[in-house]
Ligand binder design. Structure first.
Ligand code: SF4
Length: 423
């Protein structure tokens, strides 16, 4: 959307009091995300009274999921664009005569973005490269396939072309994403694979990191692990959302594996790449989850000692198949389980972080926080979701550090973050 707006010569501002049009791109995946989106819309709607704002446009998964009902409940909004209508953003800025406030064409009818699609980068050091849309799975708690449609992959040639362009624009890390990134290419004829794509992107420049997010246990196969092992510039970082460890819970979630499969996979990764960083996501309080199931999950996480673990509390909604399952877990118990898991993880994370103290690590600098203090990430940290590295560096007005690599000697391990000094 930013690329399309920039193509029209429109000027962006991140100060809402100056904006003539405010665009809120929303998430509607879980209840708390939908609520956060609604709160933000209501806050920004105030600028219609006090600022220059003449129109508020809401895009993304919130209107896609809640359809016309959301339009009725948010009269402050002038136009809603579902996930299949984001390309109509420039028209939505100018036109008032769409006939309906909600544009909701089928998401899968929209052509995939390709390397010709205009983009405006908002990050200094890394860029996401979206290689597919949609998901063919049927996890019972997930609305994404309905919002995004079936898996559709870009061709490897097109994805590599865009990666080249991003690197030539100065990006030092390419992060490959999709809703089910591990399944990339299985819908193409002839099929393509994530491991081949990773190796092609990694081959563009040895100095640029390549990372992928949103794998899955069944697509993290030996070919993928060996590809990561064979390239120094592919981050040995495996993001594998597992959601649970108890067999009966996984079965009700529609996830086709058990804890023995997961332990075998983790052993295999660590056998091939001993210092690989493994990230996972867990879902607690799923319908039918017993105390015993939760203990099993806690024990599993303790056995594995994930480098990074994010936990979510099950979010119920009547448009999900999991809504119809028996024995919903009371919110209070789900919150207690979430707290127990995250408290244990913060302890394990701090212990794990100790191993970096004294090491000199290559860090991609992302931000100057104040004079002499920067924030950056190492290969074992993805943006937004993992910890960061605080870097003390001598003040030097001529140093071009943000967006570039810096060697950092780690001096301190915090709960999730690290601290070090530039060397
Ligand atoms: S694999 Fe991910 S996106 Fe696909 S249905 Fe399951 S949770 Fe949703």
């Amino acid at each position: 959307m930013l690329g399309a707006l920039a193509d029209q010569g429109l000027e962006m501002t991140d100060d809402p009091s100056l904006a003539e049009v405010i665009i809120v791109n929303t998430c509607g995946f879980i209840e708390s995300a939908a609520q956060e989106s609604i709160d933000e819309i209501l806050t920004l709607a105030e600028f219609k009274k006090s600022g220059s704002c003449r129109r508020i446009i809401v895009t993304g998964c919130l209107p896609e999921r809640y359809r016309e009902a959301i339009a009725d409940s948010l009269p402050e909004v002038d136009m809603f664009l579902g996930t299949g209508a984001y390309h109509q953003i420039t028209e939505a800025l100018r036109r008032t005569d769409f006939g309906a406030p909600c544009l909701l064409p089928a998401p899968y009818a929209l052509p995939l973005q390709d390397c010709q699609t205009g983009r405006t980068l908002t990050t200094a050091s890394f860029a996401y490269l979206k290689v597919s849309e949609g998901c063919d799975r049927h996890c019972t708690y997930c609305v994404i396939p309905r919002l995004r449609g079936k898996l559709r992959s870009r061709t490897p040639e097109d994805a590599v072309l865009e990666a080249r362009r991003l690197i030539s624009q100065g990006m030092n890390e390419i992060i490959i994403i999709g809703q089910d990134t591990g399944a990339y290419g299985s819908d193409l004829r002839p099929p393509a694979s994530l491991s081949r794509l990773l190796s092609d992107v990694a081959g563009i420049s040895k100095d640029v990191w390549v990372r992928f997010l949103y794998g899955s246990p069944d697509t993290t196969d030996d070919a993928l692990i060996q590809t990561v092992a064979a390239h120094d510039n592919i981050c040995a970082y495996f993001d594998i959302p597992m959601q649970h460890a108890a067999k009966s819970v996984l079965k009700r979630m529609g996830r086709n594996y058990d804890s023995a499969d997961l332990l075998r996979l983790i052993d295999r990764i660590r056998q091939v790449i001993p210092d690989a960083a493994i990230r996972t996501t867990m879902l607690v309080g799923f319908p039918g989850e017993t105390d015993q199931d939760f203990k099993e999950l806690l024990k599993f996480a303790e056995t594995v000692r994930f480098d990074h673990l994010g936990a979510f509390i099950y979010s119920d909604a009547d448009d999900l198949p999991s809504h119809r399952l028996a024995s919903h877990v009371p919110k209070k118990i789900a919150k207690e389980r979430h707290h127990a898991l995250m408290t244990a993880q913060s302890r394990w994370s701090e212990m794990n972080n100790q191993k970096y103290v004294g090491q000199t690590i290559r860090v991609l600098v992302e931000e100057e926080m104040e004079d002499g203090l920067y924030a950056g990430r190492a290969w074992f940290q993805a943006p937004e979701v993992d910890g960061i590295i605080y870097i003390d560096a001598p003040v030097d007005k001529n140093a071009d550090r943000v967006g570039n690599f810096l060697n950092v000697r780690i001096t301190d391990a915090l709960e999730y973050d690290l601290r070090g000094e530039a060397v």
